[in-house]
Each structure stands twice: as structure tokens, then as C-alpha cells.
Design a protein around this ligand. Structure first.
Ligand code: CP
Ligand code: NVA
Length: 302
């Protein structure tokens, strides 16, 4: 039976570990010059309703590295723009390609695509979740710390990234502290499900200092996600005090690293100096999108 990857609920803890391990093997083998062609003959369709740099290029490059090919589409270029139902599009594309990545607004569109597709569907970001990014974040933390046994902080918006971190904390038994301004907390259904289902420790606060206290990983993201542009000005005001900067990091562990899924808005959610101090980690994190997704593609498409 086909598997989808719409949220981190779709994979077990063991499968997440397998993906991290396989990503590390692929990364090392590639650095040693090995040619791994496990996806030769496979085609990945990519249907994007929002812009992307990392997700698009890391999936395409990863697919090519493994011997496969990609077809990239925006909704504007397909008959979706002329009201062809997603359910029909899903059944048609399933006849041509071996897997699909969707980036869209409402998460239920990704679910609908998956429901009507006979091939695996991967969530390349919806308004509610960004699971591929969190796979890459886990790989990056493992590379840097070889452990997840410490507090991990999320500072900023209770958005798609925060939601995926909450789910993975529950899946993997992580200690996650999420700090958002009042009114920008993560979705309470997602938080409650994660708290009930998992073995993780998930704390939600409106105090960024409390969240970063003793944390070894500090995670942030833009204050106005794609689709929230009209709220950007109001959010600048609401998120004052939630910038990841030197003052805030004084409360974290001395060994703390900063992660950012990118794109970053320097001077808003992260100060320019902290972005530069942790640039090596943050750009490794961006690179790791590709290795983590190559492992994911092998797992789903073979
Ligand atoms: N982090 C991330 O998903 O970046 P893109 O929007 O560039 O794909
Ligand atoms: N939360 C951001 C992530 C971008 C990769 C957004 O949805 O725009």
C-alpha cells in the first residue's frame, strides 16, 4: 500500500530514525564520490501553489542525484487554474508520475490530493505543517549534537513549522518549549493531540526567555508566513520582544545552536549578527533538506 508524508504523524519514531540514518549514508557516500542511482526511471511530480527556493531545488537536485527526474508545475500552469478539480488532477497525475510533492495553502488540499492519488504524496509545505523541513532540522541537530536529549526552543509564530516541531516532539519524545506572542499560539487541537499521544514534553508559553532557558537548540521562522503578508505590519508590533538576538541567547545554554528554516528576515525574527554567527549551522540545515528528502524519496518511491 502506498504511504504519504503529509505530517510527521505519518511516520513512526523508528522510521524517522531510519530516514536520518539513510540521509547520513547518502550524504557521506556522495561526498566520497559514489553514484547512487536508486531512483533511476522514477519521475517526481511537483505541484506548487506558493513560491519556493529550497523545497523546489532540493527535491529536484535530490531526485536527479538518485537518477530520477522531476516535472515541476505551478497551479497557474495547470488546468487547476481553470477549475479542474484536485481530485481529478490527482488521478490523472498518478498515471504519469511515481510520486507527488505539493506546496499549497489549506492542508486539506494536500489531504485531498493524497486521498485521490494512487502514488505517494509528500507535503512540501501547507499553512498547517512543513514536515520535510523538520526532518532536515532533526538531521542537522543530530550532526551537531549527536543527541536530542535536551530542551529545544521554538521562538516566534505558532505556524506550520511550529506545528511540525510539536508533532515530532511527541513522536520522538523530545522536550520542546514553544514561545509565541499572545494570540499567535500554535493550533490547540494540534498541541492537545501531540500532548495526549506522545512521550514528549511540550510546553507552550508567551515568554521567550522561559522558552530558551537552558535550551541547546533555538529555532525560529518568519513572523508573517506565506499567505499572511497583509498582516505583516501588525505582526511586527505583536512580535516585539520575540527576536532571536544576543540578549535572548544569554538565557540559553552556552553550547546552544540557532536554526532557521529560511528565508530569514534579518532584523525581524533574527538579528543580523546572530544569523551570521550561526550561518554555518543554518546553511547546513538548508543543505540537509536535500539529503533528508533523498532518503524520504527512496523510502516512498521504491
Ligand atoms: N525552508 C523552505 O521551505 O524554503 P523555501 O520556501 O525556499 O522552499
Ligand atoms: N512559515 C514559513 C516557512 C517558509 C519556509 C511560511 O510558511 O512561509
Amino acid at each position: 500500500m502506498k504511504r504519504d508524508f503529509l505530517t510527521l504523524w505519518d511516520v513512526s519514531e523508528e522510521e524517522i530514525w531510519d530516514l536520518i540514518e539513510r540521509a547520513r549514508v547518502l550524504k557521506k557516500a556522495s561526498s566520497e564520490g559514489a553514484l547512487i542511482q536508486t531512483l533511476k526511471g522514477k519521475i517526481l511530480g511537483m505541484l506548487f501553489m506558493k513560491p519556493s527556493t529550497r523545497t523546489r531545488v532540493s527535491f529536484e537536485a535530490g531526485m536527479y542525484k538518485l537518477g530520477g527526474q522531476c516535472i515541476f508545475m505551478t497551479s497557474k500552469e495547470t488546468q487547476l487554474s481553470r477549475k479542474e478539480p484536485l481530485s481529478d488532477t490527482a488521478r490523472v497525475l498518478s498515471r504519469y508520475v511515481d510520486g507527488l510533492v505539493i506546496r499549497t495553502y489549506a492542508h486539506k488540499e494536500a489531504e485531498e490530493l493524497a486521498m485521490y492519488s494512487s502514488i505517494p504524496v509528500i507535503n512540501g509545505l501547507t499553512d498547517s505543517y512543513h514536515p520535510c523541513q523538520v526532518l532536515s532540522d532533526l538531521l542537522t541537530i543530530w550532526e551537531k549534537k549527536e543527541s536530542f536529549d535536551f530542551p529545544i526552543a521554538w521562538v516566534g509564530d505558532g505556524n506550520n513549522m511550529a506545528h511540525s516541531w510539536i508533532v515530532v516532539a511527541s513522536r520522538m519524545g523530545l522536550h520542546l518549549k514553544v514561545a509565541t506572542p499572545k494570540g499567535y499560539e500554535p493550533d490547540s487541537d494540534i498541541v492537545n493531540r501531540a500532548k495526549k499521544a506522545g512521550k514528549g514534553k511540550i510546553e507552550i508559553t508567551n515568554d521567550p526567555f522561559e522558552a530558551v532557558k537552558d535550551a541547546l537548540v533555538i529555532n525560529t521562522d518568519v513572523w508573517a508566513s506565506m499567505g499572511k503578508e497583509s498582516e505583516a505590519e501588525a505582526r511586527l508590533e505583536a512580535f516585539k520582544g520575540f527576536q532571536v538576538n544576543r540578549d535572548l541567547l544569554q538565557y540559553a545554554s552556552d553550547e546552544a545552536i540557532v536554526l532557521h528554516c529560511l528565508p530569514a528576515h534579518r532584523g525581524e525574527e533574527i538579528s543580523d549578527d546572530i544569523m551570521e554567527d550561526f550561518a554555518d549551522v543554518i546553511f547546513d540545515q538548508a543543505e540537509n533538506r536535500m539529503w533528508a528528502q533523498m532518503a524520504l524519496l527512496e523510502w516512498l518511491l521504491i
